[in-house]
Design a protein around this ligand. Structure first.
Ligand SMILES: C[S@@+](CC[C@H](N)C(=O)[O-])C[C@H]1O[C@@H](n2cnc3c(N)ncnc32)[C@H](O)[C@@H]1O
Length: 222
């Protein structure tokens, strides 16, 4: 499966769905065509990007099932119960949720800085229900969960879970295993071939040690 299909497979049903940074609009197309939401917002900060989704979803827009908005983050979406923010950096995702709001359910796919996203969500008392790495040419993290409610228990993440993703440590996906083995190899090569300061070398050794510990734990279980 490709990245978009994988993201779609983790989108729960919703009443009002918001695809922030929708660009092409494929995820919203999936939600509407499969009747997984009543109403969908396609929102993008770039009018040019939004035009692609608007063209793809012209009929749904005409029917009033899809509302296109050019806006920063959630600015154009008064209310929604499911938000998707995919294909942006983790810092941008946090900024959007901080200055906007946390909908009841979220599916996030940061391109980098996933740890910052996890720290933000846990700090807000959210429960993260899915947090794993998948591969589609490159490695991607997918983080899904729910905003705090009286029923949901906030996740208590360890420092390593914040950095690597809880599901990756508890039940590692093949993609995570491949990623972490690749990282270990890259570190080995850098330590072997690069000239660097004592401090930098120690930093890399510390990271290498962490990866070894994780791999030992995983491979011990395989
Ligand atoms: C790489 S595309 C990702 C498109 C799609 N979500 C995906 O995952 O394939 C990032 C999109 O986010 C939009 N974007 C970036 N910052 C944004 C913001 N603050 N608010 C809304 N859209 C934003 C960009 O214009 C671009 O269309």
């Amino acid at each position: 499966m490709g990245r978009i299909d994988i993201i779609c497979s983790h989108l729960p049903e919703a009443d009002v769905f918001a695809d922030i940074g929708c660009d092409h609009g494929y995820c919203t197309q999936y939600m509407l065509k499969n009747r997984r939401c009543r109403l969908a917002y396609i929102s993008d900060i770039s009018a040019g990007s939004l035009k692609k989704a608007r063209t793809l979803l012209a009929r749904e827009v005409e029917e009033g099932r899809c509302i296109p908005v050019v806006a920063d983050g959630l600015d154009g979406v008064k209310e929604c119960d499911l938000v998707l923010i995919a294909g942006m950096g983790g810092e941008e995702i946090v900024r959007i949720l901080e200055r906007g709001y946390l909908p009841k359910k979220f599916v996030l796919q940061p391109m980098k800085n996933s740890e910052k996203v996890r720290r933000f969500l846990i700090g807000r008392g959210c429960s993260i229900t899915l947090d794993y790495t998948f591969e589609d040419g490159k490695f991607y993290d997918l983080i899904a969960g729910e905003a705090p409610s009286s029923k949901s228990a906030a996740a208590d993440y360890t420092d390593w879970e914040l950095r690597f993703g809880r599901d990756n440590l508890r039940s590692p996906s093949p993609a995570f295993l491949k990623w972490i083995r690749g990282e270990r190899e890259k570190l080995r090569e850098r330590l072997f071939s690069s000239v660097m300061s004592h401090e930098s070398r120690e930093e890399l050794r510390k990271r290498q040690y962490e990866l070894e510990v994780i791999l030992d734990a995983i491979e011990g279980d395989v």
